[in-house]
Each structure stands twice: as C-alpha cells, then as structure tokens.
Design a protein around this ligand. Structure first.
Ligand SMILES: Cc1cc2nc3c(=O)[nH]c(=O)nc-3n(C[C@H](O)[C@H](O)[C@H](O)COP(=O)(O)OP(=O)(O)OC[C@H]3O[C@@H](n4cnc5c(N)ncnc54)[C@H](O)[C@@H]3O)c2cc1C
Length: 325
C-alpha cells in the first residue's frame, strides 16, 4: 500500500495552511438556520482556516452563537440596511470584498433557497464554476455530488483557484456550536445597497411543527390523498408523531397544500429517521428528495407502485380510506 512520505505529509499540511474557507451563515439575525451548522461541518472536512460571515441588520445574536463553534478562527459581521431581507444582490459584493481581503479559497453556503440564490451569482462574478449541492468532501479540491436526480454519484476535482460550494445539509452532521471562542470582527465595509432590488416585506408561515428539512419524522402526502381536506389525516398523524408534513409535487400542483411543503428534486431534500409516504407513487424526482431517509413507510393501494422498490421500505399496500377511494 502507498505510504505517504514525510515530505508529502509536510506539503499537504502546508497546503492546508494556505487554504482559507468562508462559510456564509443563513440566519434571521437572531437564530441560525440549522443548515448553517451542516455547512460548517462540511467546511471542517475541507480543513484549513475557517471564518464565518454573518450579514444582516441586527445580527449580533446569530454571530454570538457561531463564535462558540470550535475550529473556527473568526466570525465576520456586516450590519447594514442593505442586508434587510438578505438579498443576493447586496450580499454578493460583500462576499467578493471579503474573499479579496482574506484571500479566501473556499466559499460555502447551505444548499437552501438562500444559498442557491446567492452562490451562483458569487461564482459568476469570480468567473468560476459553482460546485452545487455537495454530499461529500474527499479533499480540498475533490467533492462528491449526485447527478441525474440522485441516480448517480459524481466525484469531481475542481481546478478553479476559488471554490464556490453549496452544501446539502442532510449529508453532513450539524456542528454542535460548542468548544470554541472565535473572535468577532467587522467584515469589509462598503456601500452594498443594490439598485436592483428593494426589500419591502415578508410574511413567514408560523407553525408549531418541526421544520421540514430538520424534522426527525415526516408524514408526506401525494395525489392519492385526492384533496386538501384529506391532508387533515396527515396533520393529525403528524401531531401524534411530532412530525413535519411534506408533499409530492403533484399534491402541491393540485393546490392541496402550499408549495413550501414540496419534497423532491425541485423541492426540499430531507433525510429524517422516519418518512411516511401516503398516496405517493415514488417518481424518481420525489425519491431524489427523500430516499436517504432511515426508514420509509409507504401506504399505497397499488402494489406495483415504484415507491415499493426503494430500499429500507416498509410497505403498506392498501387504500387510505373511503373518502379518498
Ligand atoms: C423536472 C421535474 C421535476 C420534478 N420535481 C418533483 C419534486 O421535486 N417532487 C415531486 O414529488 N415530484 C416532482 N416531479 C413530479 C414527479 O415526476 C411526479 O409526477 C410526482 O412526484 C407524482 O406525485 P404523486 O406520487 O403524488 O402522484 P401520482 O404519481 O399520481 O401517485 C399517486 C399515488 O397514490 C396512490 N393512490 C391513489 N389513491 C389511493 C388511495 N385511496 N389509497 C392509497 N393509495 C392511493 C396511487 O396508487 C399512486 O401510486 C418532477 C417532475 C419533473 C419533470
């Protein structure tokens, strides 16, 4: 077997020292989005010096939480009205200025709506290829991601000097945010207000249920539910299991439930301990969003439904109830 020489080990240690990773925090000024903690774990796998950028309006509380994470050297904070609503148009020049000032080699954000809106723009400005939705880190240049709606796994070596990466949160553990005491510094100052967008207002759905992408249990419904009213069955079950409620795209498109419940290739990616799929056929685009769940229970009247082909499935081959027949 190849044994690395001491010179080889010395060189890779030197290279790691030259690496500098910036994690872009997703937060609401007060609380961090859990996906930020997963992105932080991915950054630690890459190694090198790690900083976190927290941009917002009064984002001190979010920055304080991050400063407690072990293994990071600094938390950079940028506060400005320009970051109200966290628009990619204002955050991009801030990230570019930070990259330049600190010679950042890796820029990471969660592969959420926030990260997906932001990092392609950053990559375009840096003239590099974005590396999206990674599920693994082999080394500082080599990353793993899925392609063909999750049907193949690709390992890619990035040749760009600056790597711009979004991280699939279900593929990395959440950093516990403890054991450290990083310094909190100011991010580079500038006029980051964009003429292209203006934040007007936002309405956030309030729910006592767990958040879909971090829930341990999910009850999910498809077109087989036949109506939005029948989703009440799933909400009642979810309440008993302390579960989040999800849906297939067909159920969302039919207007049974709002589209922030959609799971799949063009929806949210989830990997709970328990996923109960009710009246969902198991199209590959749906499986792409949930097939890493630890245990999958499928309730479907069609014994030939593709969802029954998934590994780790507990099949319940029956009709849901008389209202949905
Ligand atoms: C580019 C692209 C992206 C897409 N992205 C997504 C995505 O992100 N997420 C997603 O979900 N889909 C996505 N789709 C759509 C996907 O291809 C399927 O059309 C969709 O997942 C089907 O949803 P469904 O399983 O609820 O409906 P159907 O395929 O119609 O299945 C309904 C199931 O319910 C069962 N059923 C019916 N009545 C009952 C009953 N009374 N009791 C028990 N079982 C019953 C039926 O046997 C059937 O298996 C995408 C498609 C494309 C082309």
């Amino acid at each position: 077997m190849f044994a690395p020489s001491s010179r080889h080990l010395f060189l890779s240690a030197q290279l790691r020292r030259l690496q500098s990773t910036l994690v872009i925090a997703e937060h609401n000024n007060e609380a961090l989005s859990p996906a930020t903690q997963n992105a932080l774990s991915a950054a630690k796998k890459i190694g090198g010096d790690i900083s976190v950028l927290v941009a917002g309006t009064k984002c001190g509380p979010a920055a304080d939480k991050l400063s407690k994470a072990g293994g990071i050297s600094k938390v950079l904070v940028a506060e400005s009205d320009a970051f109200k609503g966290f628009p990619a148009e204002s955050l991009t020049p801030l990230i570019l200025a930070t990259q330049k000032q600190f010679n950042i080699t890796h820029i990471l954000a969660p592969a959420t709506a926030f990260g997906k809106a932001l990092l392609p723009r950053v990559a375009a400005k840096l003239d590099v290829s974005p590396i999206t939705d990674i599920i693994g880190v082999k080394d500082a240049n080599t990353f793993v991601r899925t392609i063909y709606a999750g049907n193949a796994v690709l390992t890619l070596e990035a040749k760009d000097a600056i790597k711009v990466i979004t991280v699939r949160s279900t593929a990395f553990p959440a950093d516990p945010l403890e054991g450290g005491s990083a310094g909190v510094d100011k991010a580079p100052e500038g006029n980051y207000k964009s003429d292209l967008v203006e934040f007007v207002s936002q309405e956030i759905t309030k729910s006592d249920r767990p958040e879909l992408t971090s829930a341990k249990n999910i009850v999910s419904g498809g077109r087989g539910l036949k109506s939005g009213d029948n989703f009440k069955l799933l909400y009642d079950l979810a309440d008993k299991l302390n579960a989040a409620v999800g849906a297939s795209r067909a159920a969302v498109d039919a207007g049974f439930v709002p589209n922030d419940l959609q799971i799949g290739q063009t929806g949210k990616i989830v990997a709970p301990d328990l996923y109960i799929a009710v009246g969902i056929s198991g199209a590959i685009q749906h499986l792409a969003g949930m097939k890493d769940s630890k245990t999958i229970v499928a309730i479907n009247k069609d014994p030939e439904a593709p969802i029954f082909q998934v590994d780790r499935i507990i099949p319940i081959k029956k009709t849901i109830n008389s209202n949905t027949r």
